[in-house]
Design a protein around this ligand. Structure first.
Ligand code: ADP
Ligand code: MG
Length: 474
């Protein structure tokens, strides 16, 4: 049983984050009640004609570039014919002859090992309506009808469920990061079909396709279950048939849906209502320039900037916070990453806000970092200042003045505090003489308290040690 090798190829559908649909100017939105974002084109009224949404083409192009594809600059569309209530036209507009991208790849990492997953192609198509089946009736919601999709098809390059899951995580990370798709499996904006076969030799086995899998971890479970089923069948002398199956989350089993249609059933032919068009070099270059730095590159760079692992993870998981960090990291990558992933992020979470909703600016970060470097502000004071800056804005120096956040850095004034605290705490002074370092911390704390947090801690530390070491204390 152990001599079987699993082979996996994955087809992912992702809805593109456009304002309007692929071929009509209806809103592309998951919000709102059923059948509220529809028009005659989405409903396929006779005589209506599709009009290409160029924004969708650009997002698809961005994806194709991101997955290192060769670009089919001359674009055409095809009809995939089939009859089902969720498709009132009787065909889906897709790209069969000229997918926007071909021959790409994605790098994945499983247990420290890097591996290339080849992308066969990325093509543009339109989504169908959503069927809602109830006990005695079925309903259709056309809000989804005509939403732009890309389908990303891999070569059969994966051999374990871990590889398949790593691929999907990577794909989602890239598409979300580049603002191409939300990739929410729970909302259906990312859906994957998993092709699985098993074989004992170099030749690939007959594969089945499992659909409707609800999460990336379920993809792992579905592959495991389907490979097990196939191996058991082969061991029993049965043949594997090309068929479409679905995954039952509860029983962790795949279940037969239908025997597979072959390509011919779809009677593909060129879509006559959409004239062929060609992407210009300038347009391709422009889209290339719009691709932000991707997580792998960011991880490496932040590592070199001494940002700690936790902060790196948090920044990468919060795309908008991360782009803000990109603007301020030059001031001090460690301090700014700490502030953003700490106080700033918790403020955003608590108030359910995004970084663009708050008044904190690049200049605020620059001034705070400057004051921290010059020891003109304590970390406690920063904590107090940040929420005000986030809520109301203003200028750091002026605000600090208004809040009475002055640091006492004058040695003469500080020495008085030091002397007073030493006089009040003879036991700690005795401890210090006996070599107990703890005493310093305690005395420091007392001095900071006496100054109401305003003493410059570095100066206090210096003065305190000087005074204690003079040794003429009694
Ligand atoms: P279809 O047009 O029927 O969807 P494709 O040839 O486009 O078929 O392949 C769909 C997916 O199936 C691809 O991701 C491909 O890598 C994968 N695939 C093809 N053959 C196998 C196989 N023997 N085992 C596993 N996956 C396979
Ligand atoms: Mg397919």
């Amino acid at each position: 049983m152990n001599n079987y090798q699993k082979t996996i190829g994955i087809e992912v559908h992702c809805e593109l984050k456009t304002k309007t649909k692929m071929f009509s100017d209806t809103l592309n939105s998951y919000e709102g009640s059923e059948n509220s974002h529809i028009n005659t084109i989405d409903l396929a009224y006779p005589g209506t004609l599709p009009l290409i949404n160029h924004g969708a083409v650009q997002l698809a192009l961005k994806a194709a570039l991101l997955f290192h594809c060769d670009i089919n600059k001359t674009m055409s569309f095809d009809r995939k014919n089939y009859f089902y209530p969720d498709l009132p036209k009787g065909y889906q507009i897709t790209q069969a002859r000229t997918p926007i991208g071909i021959n790409g790849y994605v790098m994945i990492e499983v247990q420290g090992e890097k591996k290339k997953v080849r992308i066969h192609d990325i093509h543009i198509e339109e989504d169908t309506a959503k069927s809602i089946h109830q006990v005695d009736k079925s309903y259709l919601d056309f809000n989804r009808s005509g939403v732009p999709l890309i389908e990303i098809v891999t070569e059969p390059d994966m051999h374990t469920e871990e590889e398949a899951m790593a691929y999907l995580h990577k794909l989602r990370e890239l598409l979300v990061y580049a603002d191409i798709s939300d990739c929410k499996m729970e909302e259906g904006s990312m859906r994957c079909d998993v092709n699985v076969s098993v074989s004992m030799n170099e030749q690939l086995g007959v594969r089945t396709e499992t659909k409707n899998i609800g999460s990336i971890s379920s993809v792992g479970k579905a592959i495991k279950a389907e490979a097990k089923r196939q191996i058991e069948a082969l061991e029993n002398g049965e043949k594997i048939v090309e068929e479409t199956r679905r995954f039952d989350e509860k029983d962790e089993k795949t279940i037969l849906m239908r025997v597979k249609e072959t390509g011919n059933d779809y009677r593909y032919f060129p879509e006559p209502n959409i004239p062929e068009f060609t992407l210009t070099e300038e347009e391709i270059e422009e889209v290339k320039q719009s691709i932000p730095k991707m997580p792998d590159a960011l991880r490496e760079e932040y590592h070199e900037l001494n940002v700690n692992e936790n902060n790196i993870k948090t920044l990468i998981a919060h795309r908008e916070l991360c782009s803000f960090f990109e603007q301020v990291k030059e001031y001090d990558s460690v301090i700014t990453s700490n502030l953003l992933t700490g106080d700033v992020l918790s403020y955003l979470n608590k108030n359910n806000l995004k970084i663009k909703d708050i008044k904190l600016t690049k200049e605020h970060m620059r001034d705070i970092v400057q004051k921290i470097h010059d020891q003109e502000i304590s970390s406690k004071q920063v904590k107090k200042l940040l929420p005000i800056l986030m809520e109301k804005g203003g200028q750091v120096a002026i605000l600090m003045n208004e809040l009475g956040m002055v640091q006492i850095s004058d040695d003469h004034a500080l020495q008085q505090l030091v002397d007073q605290v030493i006089a009040d705490n003879p036991a700690s002074v005795e401890d210090f003489k006996n070599g107990k370092d703890r005493a310093i911390k305690y005395l420091m704390g007392q001095i900071m308290k006496a100054s109401r947090g305003q003493a410059n801690p570095v100066s206090v530390n210096r003065l305190l040690l000087d005074t204690l070491n003079k040794g003429d204390l009694n």
